[in-house]
Design a protein. Structure first.
Length: 187
């Protein structure tokens, strides 16, 4: 199980936000799910998830995933994961990735083989309730919505004799920003 615990905005130029999640490890007697995921959360107007891929090599792999990306949306973002050690902050494990591109074709990014599950227990990342804290830091997001419109041009000599009803209206495809669907209209 992976639950959002805290959101901490850091007010500076790169608009950083730290999301803290609680991961509850399953006992060895219970079979693990192949994928554990958070509910979608918002950052930079888009919906994201943290996915833990419990692969066959028994590694703890947190991945950042763009949730339901549209065909005309892309985002470039810096992010990093930190696994908090229960004994000392000097024992934390972390990694950072810069300028990662997310779109419909590349919707999930992260580091494979981050830490072995056996190390979670041995190196005291798990507390007595078999829980650990994972922090996700997101910053420097650039979100782009892109669409192509075919504009019909008219002879310049006829423009002065046209009224407002003679002009066509052009709409982009709808795109999702925040919790709403949007489109841009050109008159």
């Amino acid at each position: 199980m992976l639950s959002l615990y805290r959101v901490s905005p850091i007010h500076h130029q790169s608009c950083s936000v730290i999301f803290t999640f609680i991961y509850t490890d399953q006992p060895d007697s219970v079979s693990k799910c192949p994928v554990v995921s958070t509910l979608p959360f918002s950052y930079s107007g888009l919906r994201w998830r943290v996915v833990l891929s419990e692969n066959s090599d028994a590694y703890f792999d947190p991945l950042l995933t763009l949730h339901e990306p549209g065909a005309n949306v892309r985002c470039v973002v810096d992010f990093g994961f930190t696994l908090i050690n229960q004994d000392s902050f000097t024992q934390n494990e972390s990694y950072q990735l810069s300028r990662c591109r997310f779109d419909q074709n590349f919707h999930s990014q992260g580091k494979r083989c981050f830490i072995a599950y056996s190390d979670l227990r041995r190196r005291k990342f798990l507390n007595s309730a078999r829980q650990c804290l994972i922090e996700l830091k997101l910053n420097n997001a650039e979100t782009i919505f892109e669409d192509h419109l075919k504009m019909i041009t008219h002879d310049n000599g006829q423009v002065s004799t046209r009224n407002r009803l003679d002009y066509q209206c052009y709409n982009t495809l709808p795109f999702r920003y925040g919790d709403f669907d949007w489109s841009v209209q050109f008159l």
